[in-house]
Design a protein around this ligand. Structure first.
Ligand code: AMP
Length: 183
């Protein structure tokens, strides 16, 4: 049976890296809304053109857009045996939409990568992505605190939360994630 996982945590916590490694290890797709949106921007699609300035400012792309993207993606054949969501859901309405699309207890484990804020700013400023300007970084962190962090409690209450210390080398963090998933 496949596994349905999601990565929660602030921008710069290493969700993308860990999600990719988990997906490879388990042979399930890595579904990142950030990667999908950046791909639209690069290809200059209508959706990409709409999302570009929003992303550069560090704001959230409208829920209906990302929800439709994820709903379509998890309905694809390769996702029937599980998936790792990364960067979604980012607020309560998106979490509701995920429950509606995949079922209330669809998410087996929500891995919360815990990294303190000082460390995040340093990591984000060193990444050099188009939306990693200081102002956009600050905006993304404050949106995270207001809208995404409350989801930690939501998955905890649902009995699905696994807290993982996200500080340290990528390999060490991955070892912690692997240990958590094996428990
Ligand atoms: P990420 O790669 O997850 O850091 O996402 C980069 C940017 O894409 C975010 O700052 C948002 O502008 C947008 N984005 C990614 N995922 C979502 C989402 N679930 N809801 C809204 N916007 C998103």
């Amino acid at each position: 049976m496949g596994r349905r996982l999601l990565l929660l945590g602030p921008p710069g916590a290493g969700k993308g890296t860990q999600a990719e490694r988990i997906a490879r290890a388990l042979g399930i797709p890595h579904i990142s809304t950030g990667v999908m949106l950046r791909d639209h921007v690069e290809r200059g699609t209508e959706l990409g053109n709409e999302a570009q300035s929003i992303m550069e400012a560090g704001d959230l792309v409208p829920d209906d857009i990302v929800v439709a993207m994820v709903a379509e993606r998890i309905a694809e054949e390769d996702a029937a045996c599980g998936y790792v969501l990364d960067g979604f859901p980012r607020n309560a309405p998106q979490a509701e939409a995920l429950s509606a699309a995949a079922g209330d207890d669809a998410i087996e484990v929500a891995i919360y990568l815990d990294v303190p804020e000082d460390e995040l700013v340093a990591r984000l400023m060193g990444r050099g992505r188009a939306d990693d300007t200081e102002q956009a970084v600050r905006n993304r962190l404050s949106i995270y605190q207001e809208q995404t962090a409350p989801l930690i409690d939501r998955y905890d209450t649902a009995g699905a939360l696994a807290r993982v210390d996200g500080v340290g080398a990528m390999d060490d963090v991955f070892a912690r994630v692997t240990l958590t998933l094996s428990q």
